[in-house]
Ligand binder design. Structure first.
Ligand code: PMP
Length: 339
């Protein structure tokens, strides 16, 4: 399991590129106390045409939806964030990278009415290998069913990718690690399979690909959507269905998927081995097509790859606090409280 982070040079904060080590916030920022943030995780991949960011506009759209659920109005537009994500990749000389934009409530007052706190945006990127372990793509991972359930739909919304949701994920992950598993899969409040701490789950039974539906407290994963599209492209039937737990023990194939985890085959659940060979044939096909797609080796007919372009240096200006990236020089550099 690899959670290590390799520092890069620049982090984009409210329109400025700030040195990695200086990208700091006040300890009394609202987000530190109440988890008031929404965020995204994206990857860029090396391609023959330079780095490509996978499904950039879809990630930014989800970021804004998450923010809207929490009545947060980012002080930048989606286009500015898309542009800034590209600049962070390029200015850090990255090709294969994990990218983390976060929108958070800052310093301005503590209490559960957050409206006096400014809303900030930061974007970092760093090289990140296989999230569930270097061998996970070839050997598969051992997982278990978590004793923790996902949150009920009328409690903390699963569809918002909010920082606070990941307290639930940490309970699931830490329990799995303490018990010797790479990952835990949680059930929803009705006892059906939901998702991993940071991944959606797919199950193959009799050549049909199943995944839990939106109402099983899942994050509506962008990799999940990519997998369903790739599977259908290759004539594989896909069904979004509530999945009883016991299907995990009789499935022919299981895999986890997410931006960090990419496509990770599951070798066993609760010590019961999955199917025959791991990765099984459908998992291997999807993983190969996904890898080809993100690296630009097959036709990107859905326009999922964005190639950021370096801007002429003349459009950047050095300031005392950092380098103003033209992406958000127009955006408010000292965001103020909204709403
Ligand atoms: N579920 C959870 C809880 C996650 O954190 C993630 C990772 N963002 C996913 C699913 C997969 O989502 P995506 O494919 O959009 O990264």
């Amino acid at each position: 399991m690899s959670a290590k982070m390799t520092p890069t040079t620049w982090i984009w904060m409210d329109g400025r590129l700030v040195e990695w080590g200086n990208a700091k916030i006040h300890v009394l920022s609202h987000v530190v106390h109440y988890g008031s943030s929404v965020f995204e995780g994206l990857r860029s991949y090396p391609t023959a045409e330079g780095p490509a960011i996978f499904r950039l506009s879809d990630h930014v759209r989800r970021l804004f939806r998450s923010a809207r659920i929490y009545r947060m109005e980012p002080p930048v537009t989606p286009a500015e964030i898309e542009d800034a994500v590209g600049q962070v990749v390029l200015e850090n000389d990255l090709a294969a990278a994990y990218i983390r934009p976060v929108v958070y409530r800052g310093y301005g007052g503590l209490g559960l009415d957050p409206r006096s706190c400014p809303i900030h945006v930061a974007i970092a990127a760093w090289p990140w290998g296989r999230y569930l372990g270097e061998d996970s793509a070839t050997l598969g991972v051992d997982i278990h069913v978590a004793s923790w359930r996902r949150m009920a739909p009328d409690t903390i919304p699963a569809i918002a990718k909010a920082g606070a949701n990941y307290m639930s994920s940490q309970l699931i992950k830490l329990e799995a690690l303490a018990d010797g598993y790479a990952e835990g899969v949680a059930l929803d409040t009705d006892g059906f399979v939901s998702e991993g701490s940071g991944e959606n789950i797919f199950v193959v039974i009799d050549d049909v690909l199943y995944t839990p539906p939106w109402d099983s407290s899942v994050l509506i994963g962008i990799t999940r959507d990519s997998v369903m599209s790739l599977a259908r492209d290759h004539g594989i039937e896909v069904r979004e269905r509530r999945l009883p737990r016991e299907l995990l023990y009789v499935a022919d194939e299981i895999f986890l998927c997410g931006t960090a985890a990419e496509i990770t085959p599951v070798r066993s659940v609760d010590h019961m081995r999955t199917g025959g060979v791991v990765p099984g044939p459908i998992t291997a096909l999807i993983a190969r097509k996904f890898d080809d797609l993100v690296h630009g080796r097959i036709d990107d007919r859905r326009g999922w790859l964005s190639h950021p372009r370096r801007r002429p240096l003349v459009r950047r200006a050095h300031t005392a606090q950092g380098v103003v990236s033209s992406a958000a020089a127009s955006a408010s550099s000292t965001p103020t409280a909204r709403a």
